[in-house]
Design a protein around this ligand. Structure first.
Ligand SMILES: *[C@@H]1O[C@H](CO)[C@@H](O)[C@H](O)[C@H]1NC(C)=O
Length: 354
C-alpha cells in the first residue's frame, strides 16, 4: 500500500506538473509544488457549477489532505470500506488487474454506461453519414486518380465533420511535410533520433538518392544527428489476413536548410522488400507512405492500450483503494481518469478477437 501511495503521488504530480500546471496554471519553476497543487485544487473546486452538463467540474466539499481531515477516524473507515469492496480482479483486454468486487464492478458498469451515453450522438451521426455516402456512391462514377478522393467529402460526412475536413488535409495530403507532421501528431514516440555513437543503420540508401532527397548522404545525416528512424518490422510476425500489408521501417531527417522534419525512405520488409524514397514516381511514393500510415495506425491502437490505459489504470485503482474521496490528489485523478474504466471493456470487444 505504501508503495502504491508513493507511485501514485509520483504519477499524479508528474501528470499535473507536465500537462496541466505547467501549461496553464503555474509558472514553470514552482518553489512549492505541494502548496501550489493544493491551491490549484482549491481553484478547481467550482461548487454550484452544473456537474451534469460539465463532467470536468469537480463536485462536492472542499478537498483536504489527510493531516487536515475533520475526522480522521471516519476518513480511515471509509477507505477501509473501499478496500473491502473495490478489489483487484482479473485483467480485461490484457495488462494488470481490473476492478472487481461490489464497488469495483459498479464503477466499471457506471463508466461504461456513461461513455455509451456520451458517444451516442457521434454514433448516430456516423450511421447517418454512412448511409448518405452509400446513397451518393453512383455520383462519383469510380475514383480514377488520387485527387478524385477529395470528391468524397463535399456534401458527405456532415454530421460527423460539420465543418468538413481541415482545408490542409484536402489540399496537402500528398505532401511529404504533411506525412512527417502526421508522425509527430499520431505516435511521436515511435520515431527516434539515431545516436551517431551508439546506433547502426537498419538499411542503406545509395548516396546519390540520399543527396537528391536530403542534400547529404545517409551517413552524414547520421553523423550530424539529423537522422531519425521508425520501426514497425515486428508487425511482420502477426497472423496475416487476406489483405496485403507491409511491416515498414523508415528514415526521417531534419533538412539542414529549411529545418523541416521530412521522410527520407520507407522499406516494406515484405514481398520484394522494396525501399521507396521521394525520388520514386509520385504514386509509388504515396503508396509507401500509405503503407507506413497503416502500420502506424495499428501500432497506435495497441501502444495506447498498453502504454497508456494499462499503466494509468492500475495506478488509479491503487489511488481509489488507498485515498479518501476527499483527498485532493484523488479529486484530480477522478477528473483526469474520466470514464477510464469503460475503455478496456470496450477494447476487449472491439480490438481483441475474443
Ligand atoms: C499546405 O502546405 C503549405 C506548406 O507547408 C502551407 O503553407 C499551406 O498553408 C498548407 N495549406 C493549407 C490549406 O493548410
Amino acid at each position: 500500500m505504501f508503495f502504491h501511495r508513493i507511485a501514485l503521488k509520483g504519477l499524479a504530480l508528474s501528470l499535473v506538473h507536465n500537462s496541466f500546471v505547467n501549461a496553464v496554471v503555474l509558472p514553470r519553476q514552482s518553489k512549492n509544488p505541494a502548496s501550489d497543487l493544493l491551491s490549484l485544487i482549491g481553484a478547481l473546486d467550482t461548487s454550484g457549477a452544473d456537474t451534469a452538463s460539465n463532467p470536468f467540474t469537480l463536485p462536492g466539499p472542499k478537498f483536504v489532505i489527510t493531516q487536515k481531515a475533520d475526522d480522521p477516524v471516519i476518513r480511515a473507515a471509509a477507505i477501509a470500506t473501499k478496500q473491502l469492496t473495490f478489489l483487484y480482479g482479473p485483467p480485461i483486454a490484457g495488462g494488470p488487474s481490473y476492478p472487481s468486487g461490489a464497488t469495483g464492478l459498479l464503477r466499471t458498469a457506471a463508466d461504461l454506461l456513461a461513455i455509451q451515453m456520451d458517444i451516442r450522438p457521434e454514433l448516430a451521426g456516423a450511421v447517418l453519414d454512412d448511409t448518405q455516402a452509400t446513397v451518393n456512391l453512383p455520383q462519383y462514377d469510380g475514383l480514377d486518380s488520387v485527387k478524385d478522393y477529395t470528391k468524397l467529402y463535399p456534401n458527405n460526412w456532415e454530421n460527423t465533420l460539420p465543418r468538413g475536413p481541415h482545408p490542409g488535409a484536402e489540399t496537402n495530403f500528398t505532401r511529404d511535410l504533411f506525412f512527417s507532421m502526421e508522425r509527430l501528431s499520431n505516435s511521436p514516440y515511435q520515431v527516434r533520433r539515431l545516436n551517431p555513437s551508439s546506433d547502426t543503420l537498419a538499411f542503406e540508401i545509395d548516396d546519390a538518392t540520399a543527396r537528391k532527397t536530403a542534400g547529404s548522404t545517409l551517413q552524414s545525416l547520421l553523423t550530424d544527428g539529423r537522422l531519425f528512424y521508425a520501426d514497425y518490422r515486428d508487425q511482420k510476425n502477426l497472423p496475416p489476413t487476406t489483405h496485403y500489408s507491409a511491416a515498414c521501417d523508415a528514415y526521417f531527417y531534419i533538412d539542414p536548410s529549411s529545418g523541416d522534419f521530412l521522410p527520407l525512405a520507407i522499406r516494406t520488409n515484405v514481398g520484394s522488400n522494396l525501399i521507396y524514397t521521394p525520388q520514386d514516381t509520385a504514386n509509388d511514393w504515396l503508396l509507401a507512405k500509405i503503407m507506413l500510415n497503416v502500420n502506424d495506425f495499428w501500432f497506435a491502437q495497441w501502444n495506447h492500450l498498453a502504454q497508456t490505459h494499462e499503466v494509468v489504470q492500475i495506478a488509479y485503482m491503487a489511488a481509489v483503494r488507498t485515498l479518501s474521496e476527499d483527498h485532493p490528489v484523488l479529486a484530480l485523478l477522478n477528473r483526469l481518469m474520466f470514464e477510464v474504466f469503460a475503455i478496456q471493456s470496450l477494447a476487449a470487444g472491439s480490438l481483441l478477437d475474443s
